[in-house]
Design a protein around this ligand. Structure first.
Ligand code: FES
Length: 519
């Protein structure tokens, strides 16, 4: 990789070509203030707080959008830079409520942090101020546009992280607003309450409703955990105050999802404190459940297990586990069952959902699990072929990632009797009749083989029983498949050709395939 040498605050720095001044400064631990810049979003260069002085440049360029050049000499805290930043902050504060004492974001508000850093207590600019109503129309997010600094992070997050496009800029000049289409409350908009806008907001304009008045940000302990709701395995931090969960915060280092979360992961944690949950073990005595200590419960369980094993043998015991548990917990269940109880009678609810995946994938690829990682969807895929899967509802973060891929130019084919969100956004939607998935897939293979588009070398070297499959596919002519599935012959050809001629095509299926008896 080509590199560029420059100096920042008299320090020699060498960084890859194409880096911005801000990135170069970060690489050597120099902190440049920024409000609209967000590492997960496309640069916007609108707030100008990141300006720096570059020798020979009459203006102060915004470091977040200015690439480094060979020999560049940069000053990040020169008197001119500091004065410019103070003026920008004074302009922002001129139309910003100074209610930091009661603002939930204090301690995690970049505007307040920079005002402190540059000693901006109030504004020298006086004039009209906005007095917007606070939007707390929904159970999850408080939107106080009086605190919005128009950095556009929420607009970009809604577009780039989820592809939902629920937010944009409306109006002009002083009245400019980052808001919903039609400037309606969140509850009346297309918002799905994933809270990405909250995660990227640098001020108190967008905050978590559950956390309102619960804690100052510095009192919150972050406890990393894994979301139990779907198979994506998103990580996030529980916000904990005095040993009580008060909310969920994105963790930028989450390996699968980064700061992306869906409404279930970010806001669906209140069941923790449901009064319907057991808070203590219950032991049935004289036909009635009575609260017991954990020691009492475990002693009784061990005693009964041992008695049963002695009397009826190890195979009289079976353990059932759940997809709601993390892999580690499931591993422990099977370990306990096999090593302690001495039986292989261990099962899991995924048998209902994914027995076909396990059997089919293990036979085909040697492992009954997903064969690609999600980052390959955004970075590598050229075509996504979806059948029996509705990602934006069932696995929203995977849905966001697929949308990102499509916006990067990847083609999308969705086979689904329903017009799901992604079906509506696809290049081709095949609306097969219910129960006709297999004829549809056989029909596509028929066309691929008929047109000689199959990968002959791969089939020769890496597969078995191709001739058997070919015989089956031969029976599924496009005309017959069209009659069975309700899909036009023309669309069958379009999809078969597109799939077979795309180098990096990925197939996605889920319970819409695997929960069928023929899965
Ligand atoms: Fe660079 Fe806003 S952070 S212009």
């Amino acid at each position: 990789m080509q590199r560029v040498k420059l100096t920042i605050n008299e320090r020699e720095v060498e960084v890859p070509v194409g880096s911005t001044i801000l990135q170069a400064a970060e690489m050597v631990g120099i902190d440049i203030p920024r409000l609209c810049h967000d590492p997960d979003l496309k640069p916007m260069g609108s707030c100008r707080l990141c300006v720096v002085e570059v020798k020979g440049n009459r203006l102060l360029p915004a470091s977040c959008v200015t690439p480094v050049t060979e020999g560049m000499e940069v000053q990040t805290e020169s008197p001119a830079v500091v004065e410019a930043r103070r003026t920008i902050l004074e302009l922002l504060v001129a139309n910003h409520p100074l209610d930091c004492m009661t603002c939930d974001k204090l301690g995690d508000c970049r505007l307040a942090d920079y005002c402190y850093r540059y000693n901006v207590k109030e504004s020298v600019f006086t004039g009209e101020q906005h007095h917007y109503d606070i939007d707390d129309s929904n159970p999850f997010i408080i939107r106080d546009l009086n605190k919005c600094i128009l950095c556009g992070a929420c607009v970009r997050a809604c577009e780039e992280m989820t592809g939902k496009d629920n937010l944009s800029y409306l109006y002009r000049g002083f009245d400019r607003k980052a808001t919903t289409a039609g400037d309606v409350d969140y509850i009346d908009s297309d918002c799905v309450f994933c809270g990405q806008c909250v995660a990227v907001c640098p001020t108190g304009a967008l905050t978590e409703k559950t956390m309102a008045g619960q804690a100052r940000r510095w009192e919150i302990e972050r406890v990393q955990t894994t979301c139990p709701f779907c198979g994506i395995g998103c990580n996030f931090d529980l916000a904990v105050k005095d040993k009580k969960v008060i909310g969920v915060l994105s963790n930028p280092n989450a390996p699968v999802n980064g700061r992306k979360l869906c409404v279930k992961g970010r806001f669906g944690w209140d069941y923790i404190y449901s009064d319907k949950r057991l808070k203590t073990p219950l032991i049935k005595k004289n036909g009635k459940f009575e609260p017991a200590s954990w020691d009492e419960a475990f002693d009784l369980i061990a005693q009964k297990f041992n008695e049963n094993k002695a009397k009826n043998g190890p195979d009289s015991f079976a353990a059932l586990s759940s997809a709601r548990c993390v892999n580690e917990a499931n591993y422990l269940v099977q370990k306990f069952t096999r090593a302690v109880m001495g039986t292989n009678n261990v099962d899991h609810c995924a048998r209902v959902c994914h027995a076909p995946s396990v059997a089919g994938l293990a036979n085909s690829f040697g492992s009954g699990a997903m064969t690609n990682v999600l980052s390959e969807v955004t970075n590598d895929a050229e075509l996504l072929f979806l059948i029996g899967i509705n990602p934006t509802e069932a696995y929203p973060v995977a849905g966001y990632i697929m949308r990102q891929a499509v916006r990067n130019g990847c083609k999308l084919v969705v086979c689904d009797p329903r017009r799901t969100e992604l079906a509506a956004e696809s290049d081709i939607w095949l609306q097969q009749k219910h129960g006709t998935d297999i004829p549809l897939l056989n029909g596509l293979m028929h066309i691929i083989i008929k047109e000689g588009l199959e990968d002959k070398k791969f089939i020769e070297e890496r597969t078995e029983n191709f001739e058997e499959m070919k015989k089956v596919a031969a029976e599924y002519t496009p005309e017959r498949v069209s009659e069975i599935t309700g899909i036009s012959v023309e669309d069958l050809y379009r999809v078969a050709r597109l799939y077979a001629t795309t180098d990096k095509a990925m197939i996605f299926y889920s319970l819409g395939i695997t929960e069928h008896i023929c899965g």
